[in-house]
Design a protein around this ligand. Sequence first.
Ligand code: SAH
Length: 267
Amino acid sequence: MSTDPTSGLSTATTALTSASDRIRVVLVGTQHPGNIGSAARAMKTMGLSRLVLVAPERAPDADSYALAAGADDVLAAAAIHPTLAEAIADCRVVLGCTARSRRIALEELEPREAGVRAVRDAQGGGEIALVFGRERTGLSNDEYELCHAAVHIPANPDYSSLNLAMAVQVLSYEIRMAALATAPAAVGEGERPEPPASHAEMESFFAQLAETLDAIDFHKGRAPESAMRKLRRLFLRAQPDAREVRILRGVLADAQRMARLAGERGA
Ligand code: SAH
């Protein structure tokens, strides 16, 4: 890939990677090693790579690696800490994910808001943690006290507890969506978009369109203003670029030529 700073592709990729590199997923007291592997996979599919384990009941094992599929690198690089406090010591934003809404006295965010906040703060240079609890009991009250806000996936209120790795997937997806929305559009070399046509180019096109509609007797005695107003609205909404306007004008020129020929034959 090109490292040319003017290349849209590398700029977009760099912006995505640098925000994602400052966002860590912290799994607290995980009971099933398989879930750790599935979480690593969920993260990697969404471009996240920083997995942190706090006192897992069992260290990552063969089950973890089997479920990580191609995300062995994320799993192998996972840091392990004895307490949540140590895992998040350098974090500016700590979001605790909870299966039970409004159980704790913390501001509660929806996953979408959490993704936007995490990416915005990561782009501002902060370290961000998304914290997930134990399969059976979630996070303890002491652990929630270390969090700045809670995140609840608005699931079925009668059955709101997702599998741990699936909760990681939902939050990782929201982070990716937020990061993609703020990254410059990913365009490859040679396909950089042209800017929309200028006002003057559009007005010349509209003038030619009006002449052409007359030449092909489109209005048939009706006042031309109403059709022209609707057509203007249509083309202005489409925001064609200069190249597209040239193609449209080529079509009009041919229609005008054919109308002239038909007129000469009929004369
Ligand atoms: N029985 C536990 C649920 C544990 S599920 C409880 O009631 O708290 C394991 C972890 O997955 C949770 O601690 C939480 O971090 C995450 N999780 C599961 N469902 C979630 C949801 N609906 N919203 C946000 N996080 C969720």
